[in-house]
Design a protein around this ligand. Structure first.
Ligand code: FUB
Length: 318
């Protein structure tokens, strides 16, 4: 007899059938999706007043349904030049270490200290420490505010970073150790790839069937019209032509849906991870993280995303 059981075996707790949206409690935004060692990770912005945006939490899951919170994986104390407004992580593994790119201080001009930084740790949950002791990109180029970085490795091993607020997007090549940027073949260091006049911020890129998909956010993040649009190109350097919006508010589910990232599961199953405002809530910082399916048609176009309250079914990685 096992303590707490009388007679029959106690039933196993029922597995959670669906994630439910939002996928975890709390005000969080700008979710970065990553997979490390068959575990899903989400690194969001803490959606608080700027002065309180001084810590990042992370969340991990074996199946997209059950999430564990890892508090304070990167803290302002670990970055000497960061003051506030620490935003929009991009996290990658490189040669066995984990690199956490972030923006800090919401700089409005080159006279201010801040911009895009990079921190490093030996495990996905940190603790992360500033890598170079100063911003990686601390000034405006081509009109792009240095925020909202996204980092990806192309098939040839080149690491790229796409970034930019204030309606401009740039792409840079990163040095392999992430301590700086390096010129493109034509000598350009900061190449503008703003895909359309509607572009605002939150760029993301991935490759599928040889094509480069460029996603970004349009509208204002505090309001209901924030949305995600995309383009397809043959090179990460462009050119890109806007195809259309794939994610936007749904009066039955939520508003201000944007600043997304992507999980790719097995068998060409794709998920979009994004933030949204609860219905009827007009506080711009009240943003919550949700996951829904992202589906392609036979021509490789992304179908409009159907936002849900139920979220997605379990999808453990093999
Ligand atoms: O969360 C702060 C800012 O809001 C991000 O940098 C933008 O992309 C927007 O989501």
């Amino acid at each position: 007899m096992v303590a707490g059981m009388s007679g029959a075996w106690a039933a196993e707790p029922a597995a959670k059938a669906r994630a439910g949206n939002p996928i975890f409690p709390g005000w969080y935004a700008d979710p970065e999706a990553a997979v490390f060692d068959k575990t899903y990770w989400i690194y969001p912005t803490s959606s608080l007043p700027y002065a309180q945006q001084t810590d990042f939490d992370a969340f991990s899951s074996p199946d997209l349904v059950t999430w564990t919170r890892h508090p304070g994986v990167l803290k302002k104390d670990a970055v000497s030049w960061a003051r506030e407004a620490m935003w929009a992580p991009a996290v990658v593994e490189n040669r066995g270490r984990y690199y956490f790119f972030f923006a800090a201080n919401d700089i409005k001009s080159d006279a201010e200290v801040g911009g895009i930084g990079v921190a490093v740790a030996d495990a996905p949950a940190g603790p992360y420490r500033d890598l170079i002791g100063k911003p990686l990109i601390g000034e405006f180029h081509n009109g792009a505010q240095p925020i909202d970085q996204f980092v990806f490795k192309d098939d040839d091993g080149t690491w790229y970073m796409i970034y930019g607020g204030w309606k401009h997007a740039n792409i840079v090549r990163l040095k392999d150790d992430f301590t700086g940027v390096r010129p493109m073949d034509d000598g350009t260091v900061f190449k503008e790839i703003t895909p359309a006049p509607e572009y605002v911020e939150g760029p993301l890129m991935f490759k599928r069937d040889g094509k480069y998909y460029f996603l970004w956010s349009e509208g204002g993040w505090t309001g209901p019209d924030y949305a995600v649009a995309y383009a397809i190109g043959d090179s990460p350097l462009g050119p890109f032509k806007r195809i259309g919006k794939i994610l936007q508010q749904d009066p039955k589910i939520g508003t201000g849906a944007g600043h997304n990232s992507i999980f790719r599961g097995q068998d060409d199953t794709w998920y979009i991870v994004y933030h949204r405002h609860p219905l009827g809530d007009h506080d711009g910082n009240h943003r919550q993280v949700a996951i829904d399916r992202m589906v392609f048609d036979a021509q490789g176009h992304i179908l409009p995303v159907k936002m849900t309250n139920e979220g997605v079914a379990p999808h453990p990685l093999r």
